[in-house]
Design a protein around this ligand. Structure first.
Ligand code: AMP
Length: 223
């Protein structure tokens, strides 16, 4: 049975950590629009240049660009058994665009996505973002404040270099929150009304959140 999971939550709420774990355990591709856009920026493409001008201001990249990237990605063969969407959709407009994409892709299939909403008090999240570091090699995520690393520049899993994202500075992080509350938060109501929203308490530990997440999948998808 095809499994489609969508993750919504404010920046720094832990979606990346959970979706990477889920992707490994469920053998489903982890599709993270932020990372796909950063890849375009690193490759120096026109799309990357355009995306960067929005990302550095903490704004959403235009829908034509991001929905095109998502559609192409969802059509790849590794999405046949399902996928994990992290960071898309991020606006009502994108949610309706995704409906159209899924109607086309899942034409003859009876499949309903589950939408996980990471609920957390946003006050502590700015601090989390500013202290976030990501391994440039394996993508592991660290928090310099809560995880005491021997060497704050090296990944403990693979030895890769730990980098700080350019938009994880206080000024841009604040703008990203504003964008989230104005444009992404309305999705919670939309998916709640459709009966496919699962709320997760994202203030818990990584292990507890993952237990609740996988528990919800078992109850909702397999029963
Ligand atoms: P993230 O890595 O998810 O925190 O995303 C980083 C930045 O990429 C965001 O602040 C946006 O500028 C851009 N971005 C990521 N996903 C989307 C999306 N679905 N729609 C528009 N812009 C996006």
């Amino acid at each position: 049975m095809k499994q489609e999971f969508i993750f919504i939550g404010p920046p720094g709420s832990g979606k990346g950590t959970q979706t990477k774990m889920l992707s490994k355990d469920y053998n489903l591709p982890h599709i993270d629009t932020g990372s796909l856009l950063r890849e375009e920026i690193s490759a120096g493409t026109q799309e990357g240049k355009l995306a960067n001008s929005y990302m550095e201001k903490g704004q959403l990249v235009p829908i034509e660009l991001v929905s095109g990237i998502i559609k192409n990605r969802l059509l790849k063969s590794d999405c046949q058994n399902g996928f994990i969407l992290d960071g898309y959709p991020r606006s009502l407009e994108q949610a309706y665009a995704l409906d159209t994409i899924l109607e086309e892709i899942d034409k003859n299939l009876d499949v309903n996505p589950i939408v996980f909403y990471f609920e957390v008090n946003p006050e502590k999240l700015i601090e989390r973002l500013v202290n976030r570091r990501t391994c440039s090699k394996c993508g592991a995520i660290y928090n310099l404040k809560t995880m005491k690393l021997q060497d704050e520049t090296k990944c403990e899993k693979c030895g890769g270099t730990l980098l700080q994202r350019e938009d994880d500075n206080e000024e841009t992080a604040k703008k990203r929150f504003q964008t989230y509350f104005e444009q992404t938060a309305p999705l919670i109501d939309l998916y709640k009304k459709r009966g496919i929203l699962v709320k997760l308490d994202a203030s818990l530990s990584i292990e507890e959140i993952y237990k609740n997440l996988t528990g919800a999948i078992k109850e909702n998808v397999y029963s």
